[in-house]
Design a protein around this ligand. Sequence first.
Ligand code: UDX
Ligand code: UDX
Ligand code: ADP
Length: 485
Amino acid sequence: EKERMVKICCIGAGYVGGPTMAVIALKCPSIEVAVVDISKPRIAAWNSDQLPIYEPGLDAVVKECRGRNLFFSTDVEKHVFEADIVFVSVNTPTKTQGLGAGKAADLTYWESAARMIADVSKSDKIVVEKSTVPVKTAEAIEKILTHNSKGIKFQILSNPEFLAEGTAIEDLFKPDRVLIGGRETPEGQKALQTLKEVYAHWVPEERILTTNLWSAELSKLAANAFLAQRISSVNAMSALCEATGANIQQVSFAVGTDTRIGPKFLNASVGFGGSCFQKDILNLVYICECNGLPEVAEYWKQVIKINDYQKSRFVNRVVSSMFNTVSSKKVAILGFAFKKDTGDTRETPAIDVCKGLLGDKANLSIYDPQVTEDQIQRDLSMNKFDWDHPIHLQPTSPSTVKKVSVVWDAYEATKDAHGICILTEWDEFKTLDYQRIYENMQKPAFVFDGRNIVDADKLRDIGFIVYSIGKPLDAWLKDMPAVVA
Ligand code: UDX
Ligand code: UDX
Ligand code: ADP
């Protein structure tokens, strides 16, 4: 008998589901992969030449597999019905209302996906948790599935994704590890083995780690918390460097050469952003509190507090340097995405920095090579946490529109500006013609480098007053100390 093709269905065609499934399809030609989503425009974009997310290398992978063994569809139920393995990669934002508001994960989308799976399934299935969720979510999902199953057997696995945006394809091709958690029963272990075989098509065996369900779920929250903590540690040091005359890049390098610490992920910045770090830490904090561990909760909360401090410290530095007022002054914002090589703006530090400057009545001119005007205006008019809750979307307030212009060129953004804030480390910002920019700006002309990517001494030679995070301050900035409320 000819063996039937294994079928995978992934619910949620977002930043995680899309690239992950594209790579599985590329590496496993014998597996049919369907990515489904309730959003019609999103699926239409996945089926077009203009993919809904910008990710280096993604276009080529999709081009090779789409229509072969990779399909994008809004027919969620049909593909779930046909699948042997169902990945769930729907959004899990932070709750905005009710119990745990501002901290706990909102599992509405997850629960509705689970109920739908139970509803349409007519054969046994493996259900894989792919989105980051609180520990013990698998248990809850298992209950929904088994209580609605009509005699069908579901095995639940946790397979958290560790890819970082901007390097998603590279990360998926050569992951540090793949982590799969499952039940410690014979059925659970068999399901675990099935998923392991999918990854074994391209990931070396020793890099596929298997654990119990809770360990897999918690490892993902822990990894993101540790990574974010490194950045908050470096950023906290950057404030001390500015106060003492030490240089954060020298300190980071010296610290990172200790093999116990390691050199990566030690860049001081205006603050971390992205859809994961803050959300996962808030989640971790909430879980600690629910488990009667307030000291542990308090410890992790500090990572977010330092991140907020770093953003407001940056705004205060900008305002105080410019004679304590930016009212009606044009300020150029270079970079809006939360990191380079992505168009994603979720939790980007640029939102808080821009809001801070708008609060001091600045006129902003924003340029980012990958973020649309629409997105920027929406981000700046939304309340915190609204970004992942489309239902709460508010119309952009007219006063914001008036104070914010979005342009498609760094030279236009900086023309007649008093200051430049670099908020994303796009490579192209390193090679701008700063002489030309200087000549077209108001004087004194300021550069506030929130990512330490420009050659500050070269800019000073041109005539700029330069602020670099965590580096010795220009005399000008020393004379105008930033006050942090
Ligand atoms: C992160 C994790 O890296 C990834 O493993 C997980 O799956 C999802 O969350 P991502 O948010 O896409 O990935 O990007 P990441 O490269 O981790 O950057 C997060 C933020 O930290 C960005 O705003 C980035 O600019 C900032 N950052 C990173 C620093 O400020 N300094 C650093 O040294 C590194
Ligand atoms: C430390 C630094 O490692 C060293 O570089 C510096 O010069 C002096 O301080 P030391 O205190 O001698 O060295 O020992 P170390 O191995 O760092 O251990 C310090 C403490 O941390 C010990 O009590 C150790 O048991 C504990 N530890 C270490 C843990 O609890 N867990 C670990 O994973 C590592
Ligand atoms: P992530 O960054 O975790 O990938 P995204 O927000 O980019 O998150 O993607 C999540 C996707 O899941 C969205 O495109 C959303 O439309 C989709 N989604 C949410 N709930 C469901 C559901 N019940 N069925 C199908 N798709 C869903």
